[in-house]
Structure formats: structure tokens, C-alpha cells
Design a protein around this ligand. Structure first.
Ligand SMILES: [Zn+2]
Length: 426
């Protein structure tokens, strides 16, 4: 091969024990997901300007890749590279401590008891409203540092603890500053419709009106969010209210996401399909009709095994049925201060296997490629493939199967985000 016809690279991760490839990646609506992984042994991955340009056996690297004079190298000796994990559903920005609620729940007290004791989402709202922006930022940066150590390179973060315009914007500003101050990709979601504050309960429709007519246009004008999410549930927002909120977002350029079927099947999945939502999340109670509805819709079903575990639910989302129905299932952490404190990707990989009965390959694809689709980036991140961002999580050993097996204990040896080494343990 001549010098000029070889692929040019300015960053190379070489000498890897193994690189995990997805030979037939899901390519979006109208295509069928594949759950096949391939472990390429003795592998190297080359990138140019933060984008993967070549993946192959290390022995072929110098013949097929033209390494630029100032190229950087990372020696992956003894490590396995998987695509950087994508956590497509989190409430990572919050304040306060709700450990007493956790203990009450473990001891069998009901949600109503917890509410009566001053617990629930509105308690975090109080804490967010009272904490200085700078301090919220510092606390969240600490959580981001922790999830990076589990291999996360992209994280979505929702608002929804402000619950008035001033404090929802405060949360969005924190998320915006996280983009500057952290080394991983941060995707902001506006979720003003997370709960109805106590002082708005007498007229929830007026609250919905305000979200649609005042908050959403302002969030869009400031360009602080990419998605608009709603909690469709009894005691939160009805399907009709959710429809108004999501349509207001769409009219303002914010794609729809939805918390659906967590406790009751109200029709959130139908609404997601009808509005072309990017994802429908939770789906704990989704039955055969909901699964049939999702099939071929392009909506990414995102299940959250950490939450059902943390809430000690008697059952989990029907992930196996979704896979059997050829749905592009995604998994995410749902990290939040009340219903799920599991933090990072590795424990969610383990819980997806233990609780949802996914194979190691299924859990990996659901937590990377399909989660990328749940954020609308399914063709840009989430797999080790030429043309995608150079986002790699490097773990010790020669197989990714250690990640789920180690049940949340595994930490990365290195983390690479867009061709930049963000964590290096050596
Ligand atoms: Zn959530």
C-alpha cells in the first residue's frame, strides 16, 4: 500500500489485549438490532481528530495506517477496550440527603408514610432551591468523576428539582457549566414536568400551562436543553397533560422523552410512539401491547434495573420480552437521590444481567450503542467503528465479560473521550 493511500491517524491506542466490536450495529428505525459482539484480540484503534478511522489487529497497524509525525500513542497492553458507556437517563444534579427515606423503605414503610415524613422529590426541590449554584456544581462534578471511573463517556442529565422557572434555569445553568468543566459529554434534558409542587396542586392544569407557555419557550430561547421529558404517572402528569408538555417542547425544537409505565400503564408508550419520542423510559409495567406498539417505532425502550432494585420491586422491566420482540433495548442508571443511588455504568451492567437476565453482550450493547440511540447519537458514538467518536473505556484483562461479573467493582484503567485521555491510571 502506498504512503498516500494509507489512512492517516494522529492518535493510536495500540497493543490492546482485546477490542469489543459490534459487527452489525443497530442503525435506527426500520433496522433490526443485533446482539452479537466480537472480541478482536491483539487489537489497535486509530483515530484522527477525535474520530475513529481504523480498527484492526495490531500486526497490521503500520501497514494500513499512516501515523502522523506528531501522533500520540496509548499503550493498551493487558487491557480490553469497550465503547465508552452512555448513561442516557440520570438526575445527576441534585442536593441534599435522603438516606432516612431509604432506611424507612427498607423497613417496610410505604411511600405515603415517607411523603408524610417530608420525603420525596419535593424534599430535593427544597434543597436545590436553597443551595448555591457553585456548590451544586462541585457536588455534581464529584459524581461525574465517579461515573467516569466506571467507563461513562456520555451522560444525560435532567432538571426537575427546581419546579419553578428560576430554579429550573438554575439547574440548567449548572448542567451547562458541567459541559465546560468536565471531560465527558453532557446532554441536557429539561424536565420541569417532574412533579407538581405543593403550592400548585390546587390547579395542576395552570401549572402545565405555565410550563408550556412560559418555561419551555424560555429554555429553548436560552438554548440550554436538547430534550424535554415528562413524568407520566398517577399523582404526576396525566397522558393529556404530558401530550401538551411534549408538544410544546417539539414546537420549540426540544425532542421528546418520557417516563412511562413505571407504576401504572396509562398510555405513555402510545404517546411516545405517536410523538416520535427519542426514548420511552422505565417501562416496568409495560405489557405485550406496549411492546407491540414500540416495535418498529424508532422509540428506544430504556429500562432502569437500578431503580427497580433500589425500590425493592417484586419484578423488573420485561427486557427479555423486548429483546425477543427485536426492540433496540437500552439500559441506563437513573441515578437520583430518592429511588436509585446506584452510580455509574459497571453496576448497571451487573444489574442488567442479574435482574433483567441479559447476557454480557446484550448488556454491553444496551448500555453503549442503544443508549446512544436513546440520545439521538446512535450514528456518532456507542461503538468502536470507523466514523464514530474515539470514546473508549479500557478495563484490565482480556475480556469485557469481567465487567458484569465483577458486579460493579470494576474500574477503568483508562478512559478516552473524543481522542483525549481523560483518565490514565498508569
Ligand atoms: Zn428519571
Amino acid at each position: 500500500m502506498s504512503e498516500s493511500s494509507r489512512i492517516k491517524a494522529d492518535f493510536i491506542v495500540h497493543n490492546l489485549a482485546s477490542a469489543v466490536l459490534f459487527p452489525e450495529p443497530y442503525r435506527g428505525q426500520g433496522t433490526v438490532p443485533s446482539w452479537r459482539t466480537e472480541e478482536l484480540k491483539n487489537a489497535s484503534v486509530a483515530a484522527k481528530e477525535g474520530v475513529i478511522v481504523w480498527v484492526g489487529p495490531s500486526a497490521r497497524l503500520s501497514a494500513e495506517v499512516q501515523i502522523e509525525a506528531d501522533a500520540r500513542f496509548y499503550n493498551g497492553c493487558g487491557m480490553t477496550a469497550v465503547p465508552g458507556f452512555v448513561d442516557s437517563h440520570t438526575h445527576l444534579v441534585y442536593a441534599g440527603d435522603r438516606s432516612d427515606e431509604f432506611e424507612m423503605r427498607v423497613q417496610g414503610r410505604s411511600y405515603l408514610d415517607i411523603l408524610a415524613a417530608g420525603g420525596g422529590i419535593l424534599r430535593t426541590t427544597e434543597a436545590i432551591r436553597n443551595m448555591p449554584e457553585e456548590l451544586i456544581l462541585v457536588e455534581t462534578l464529584d459524581r461525574i468523576e465517579q461515573i467516569m471511573r466506571t467507563g461513562v463517556t456520555t451522560v444525560e442529565i435532567k432538571t426537575g428539582y427546581g419546579l419553578d422557572l428560576e430554579n429550573e434555569l438554575k439547574m440548567l445553568r449548572v448542567i451547562d457549566r458541567l459541559k465546560e468543566e468536565s471531560l465527558i459529554r453532557i446532554i441536557p434534558t429539561f424536565m420541569g414536568a417532574h412533579a407538581i409542587p405543593a403550592d400548585r396542586r390546587s390547579d395542576p392544569d395552570a401549572f402545565v400551562d405555565e410550563i408550556c407557555k412560559v418555561w419551555i419557550p424560555e429554555v429553548a430561547r436560552l438554548e440550554l436543553a436538547m430534550f424535554n421529558d415528562v413524568f407520566t404517572e398517577n399523582k404526576a402528569f396525566s397522558v393529556q397533560q404530558s401530550r401538551r408538555i411534549l408538544e410544546a417542547g417539539l414546537a420549540n425544537g426540544l425532542r421528546a422523552k418520557i417516563h412511562a409505565d413505571e407504576v401504572n400503564v396509562l398510555g405513555g408508550v402510545d404517546l411516545a410512539v405517536e410523538l416520535g419520542a427519542v426514548s420511552a423510559d422505565h417501562l416496568l409495567m409495560t405489557g405485550d401491547a406496549g411492546i407491540a406498539k414500540l416495535k418498529g417505532s424508532g422509540v428506544i425502550p430504556t429500562v432502569l434495573p437500578g431503580t427497580s432494585t433500589y425500590l425493592m420491586e417484586s419484578h423488573h422491566a420485561p427486557a427479555r420480552k423486548m429483546i425477543e420482540a427485536c426492540l433496540p433495548l437500552a439500559i441506563a442508571s437513573d441515578h437520583n437521590p430518592g429511588s436509585c443511588q446506584f452510580l455509574g455504568a459497571t453496576i448497571i451492567q451487573a444489574l442488567a444481567m442479574l435482574q433483567l437476565r441479559l447476557s454480557a453482550s446484550e448488556a454491553l450493547i444496551a448500555g453503549t450503542l442503544h443508549a446512544a440511540h436513546a440520545l439521538g447519537f446512535g450514528d456518532q458514538i456507542g461503538a468502536i467503528e470507523p466514523g464514530r467518536r474515539m470514546d473508549l473505556a479500557l478495563f484490565a484483562g482480556d475480556s469485557f465479560r469481567q465487567i458484569g461479573y465483577q458486579a460493579g467493582a470494576s474500574r477503568v484503567e483508562a478512559l478516552i473521550v473524543g481522542g483525549v485521555v481523560a483518565i490514565d491510571q498508569f
